[in-house]
Design a protein around this ligand. Structure first.
Ligand SMILES: Cc1cc2nc3c(=O)[nH]c(=O)nc-3n(C[C@H](O)[C@H](O)[C@H](O)COP(=O)(O)O)c2cc1C
Length: 170
């Protein structure tokens, strides 16, 4: 049997991953960024195939990670975590951002750090792809405490999404 309360004891952070196409900028909230190796520095991230961000990463081969601080507003978390870039422009006026070395957009507000990454391998997991990436640069953006998934759930009392790998069928 699988006790989902046991799975809830796993720890995660909260991140915005982002990528770009010819004339599209996109990104989404994830809780599944994790460091895989030290030399070279590699990370992995699990992204639902249904997400627009998945298509952008697959086509372009790069992604950026904004490590989100605890101060991040519900509005921003909702926009990146529940809305799709196929329907709204997430990187638009009112949401300050800049471009990393690959041309991927990263958030100026509520950022603790940025990682610029190149996809080395993609592992197909049916509903999701795990992108294994080399980290080309990593920049600390401030000292504010980072948001953990536990903080997101228990302090902010916000819900996960059906496309998060940690989603539990109601
Ligand atoms: C707390 C939280 C965690 C999430 N974690 C992931 C994740 O790890 N991987 C993923 O693919 N989607 C995850 N999602 C879902 C995406 O953020 C969501 O499907 C988003 O609307 C996709 O936007 P896009 O279509 O513009 O890419 C998460 C959502 C929330 C609210």
């Amino acid at each position: 049997m699988i006790d989902f309360e046991a799975l809830f004891r796993l720890s995660y952070g909260i991140y915005v991953i982002s990528s770009h196409g010819n004339d599209t900028l996109g990104g989404c909230l994830v809780n599944t960024v994790f460091q895989l190796t030290a030399e070279p520095v590699r990370i992995g991230v699990s992204v639902a195939k249904a997400n627009q961000t998945h298509d952008l990463i697959t086509a372009g081969g790069t992604l950026a990670v904004t490590v989100v601080t605890q101060e991040a507003e519900d509005k921003l978390l909702g926009k990146f975590g529940y809305r799709t870039g196929r329907e709204i422009e997430k990187f638009a006026a009112g949401e300050p951002y800049h471009f990393d070395e690959h041309g991927d957009p990263v958030l100026d507000r509520f950022a603790a750090a940025y990682l610029s990454c190149t996809v080395e391998k993609t592992v197909d997991l049916d509903t999701h792809s795990v992108f294994i990436c080399r980290v080309d640069s990593a920049v600390k953006a401030g000292d504010a405490p980072v948001m953990t998934y536990e903080y997101y759930r228990n302090v902010k009392k916000l819900k996960s999404s059906r496309y998060a790998p940690t989603w539990v069928k109601p």
